[in-house]
Each structure stands twice: as C-alpha cells, then as structure tokens.
Ligand binder design. Structure first.
Ligand SMILES: CC(C)(COP(=O)(O)OP(=O)(O)OC[C@H]1O[C@@H](n2cnc3c(N)ncnc32)[C@H](O)[C@@H]1OP(=O)(O)O)[C@@H](O)C(=O)NCCC(=O)NCCS
Length: 272
C-alpha cells in the first residue's frame, strides 16, 4: 500500500459493514508502520484488495484488514491474497498465523484454507456506574502466583490456550499475564481469587479479553470495572466471553447484557 492509495481505500471500505469499517481510521498508521506489511492486490493497475501481516509475538504473525472491493468479490482474489500471505509468513519462519473475525464469508474462507478455530466469543456490555472503587492493578512480579489461579479457573479451557485479544491473541501463560501486568492491563479481585485481562479498546470503553476465577471475587472485579469506567469518563465495559463459560452468570448478576446477541467473534490459527 502507498499513501496515494488512500482515496481508493476509502472507496473500497465505504461498502464494508455499512460504512463502519475501521481501516479509514487506521490507514495513516498502517501505511507508515514499517514493522508490518500492509499489502494491496491490483487488477490492471487498480487496487482491488488489501490485507495486513503484523508480527506481534515470537513466532506469531497476525493477519488482519482483509478486504476485497465489492465489484471484484467471488473471483478468488481474497483466497489468492491469503495464500500469498501464508507463503510469505512461512518463508519468514513464523510458527503460526492467527486472526480474529466475526464474518461468515471470512470464516468460510479461513476454514477452507485450513485454519482451526481456537475460541468463540460473545460480546457482553456493562454500563459505567458511579460510586465504587476500581479494582487493584497488580504488580508484574505477582504474575506467577496469578497463573496458578488462572490455569485452574473453571471454564479456562474454553479459551483454547490463548488470551483472545482481538488485536493479537498470544498464548495464555504466566509470561502473558506478566506482560499484561507490565502494561497495566490486569485487574484483580479480592485476595487475587479472580482477575480480568484487558486489551486496547476500540472505542470509549474498557475492553476485557479474559476472565478467570469465580464466585464473589469475580463479581467484585466485574463491578469494579464498571466503577473504573465511570472514574475514567468512559461509557461502558465490554467483555468477550466464550459461550457457556461459567462467568456468564456473574456477568448477568452484575448488570452486564449481551452487547451483540446475534454474532460471535472467533480467533483462528494456522500452523505454518
Ligand atoms: C470476505 C472477503 C474478503 C472475501 O473476498 P473474495 O475475494 O470475494 O473471496 P474469494 O472469491 O477469494 O472467496 C474465497 C472463499 O471465501 C468464502 N466466501 C467469499 N464470499 C462469500 C460469501 N459472500 N458468502 C459465503 N462465503 C464466501 C468462500 O468460502 C469462498 O470460497 P469459494 O468461492 O470456493 O466458495 C470479501 O467478501 C470482503 O471484503 N468482505 C467484507 C470485509 C470482510 O468481511 N473481511 C474479512 C474480515 S476478517
């Protein structure tokens, strides 16, 4: 992609998701980011498709931003682009390619290319609420102790071994919790018996990618996040949770609703 392609990208993305595509918002950042590959597919000199490959953890490459112009869909362009991305990632020695999606056509494409689903997630939302204390933010050095609680947490197997951050899903282990704690993205319940792992939000909210723990401690963390949203002047908290995870009951009990009842999000992975 080149800076001069911006206008064409705006044209392509205005047909995507009723004009709510995020690529126009990130275009400048993506086109100037030398740490990732923002690629275009051309037909007779005209850009008809885009995709991005971003190394984000040792051995892992994140695949995102796949779009094909509505005038050129169902001709195998996305499949050709994806295959080129896979080949390139192999040549660069990556161990695994991962991605997040919510769209059925994309799910069909990725599954037919051999990607396996690691985790399904539903979106919950809790509005900000006044009057309480935000949760404690642990020190990175507490991470190892938290891992024993997290790895034994009811429902932890529904996360498929990853922390399902929609901006790049890393393996879920003590090192990941420590990394998140270093970035101020861990919130603890009383006695360290529950925690929430946060990710960079996409809007005016707090975004939770993983919950661990149970009972009263879990409910306290969930309420504390709503208090924190209020203290930070944010509108709400969003939580991604695999369907059937026991924390669904805690979300209901602490005033969270399904934010998007119709659609799941998925994390997929392909071993390279
Ligand atoms: C998803 C998208 C990139 C597919 O682009 P495309 O060039 O039309 O896809 P291809 O022609 O290469 O099709 C590859 C496979 O994708 C799946 N697919 C594509 N469009 C589909 C549709 N409308 N319905 C169901 N499956 C579809 C099929 O499995 C298809 O294989 P097949 O043609 O052998 O059945 C395109 O529809 C798009 O830009 N959509 C909007 C943005 C989006 O959802 N991006 C993905 C975000 S992760």
């Amino acid at each position: 992609m080149r800076r001069a392609d911006e206008e064409r990208i705006l044209e392509i993305t205005k047909d995507v998701w009723e004009g709510r595509d995020y690529i126009p918002r990130v275009f400048d950042r993506w086109v100037s980011d030398a740490g990732a590959e923002f690629q275009a597919a051309e037909v007779e000199g005209v850009v008809v498709g885009v995709q991005r490959l971003r190394p984000y953890a040792p051995g892992l490459v994140w695949y995102e931003g796949l779009r094909v112009a509505s005038t050129h869909q169902r001709r195998g362009i996305a499949r050709t682009m994806l295959n080129a991305a896979i080949e390139e990632s192999r040549q660069h020695g990556f161990r695994e390619m991962r991605l997040a999606t919510t769209y059925q056509p994309a799910v069909n494409l990725f599954e037919s290319a051999g990607f396996r689903r690691l985790v399904e997630m539903r979106w919950w939302r809790g509005l900000r609420v006044e009057g309480g204390e935000p949760a404690r933010i642990p020190d990175p050095s507490e991470a190892a102790r938290l891992w024993s609680m997290v790895s034994a947490s009811p429902g932890i197997e529904t996360y498929g071994g990853v922390c399902p951050d929609m901006n790049g899903a890393r393996d879920l282990d003590a090192g990941e919790i420590e990394r998140l704690a270093r970035n101020g993205l861990v919130r603890l319940g009383p006695g360290g018996r529950a925690l929430a792992l946060l990710r960079e939000p996409w809007g005016q909210n707090i975004a939770v990618s993983l919950l661990a723990g149970s009972g009263g401690a879990m409910r306290e963390v969930l309420m504390a996040l709503r208090f924190e949203a209020d203290a930070d002047g944010l509108k709400h908290v969003t939580v991604n949770l695999p369907p059937g995870h026991p924390a669904e009951e805690d979300l209901k009990a602490t005033g969270y609703d399904f934010a998007d009842a119709e659609r799941s999000a998925y994390i997929y992975a392909l071993a390279l």
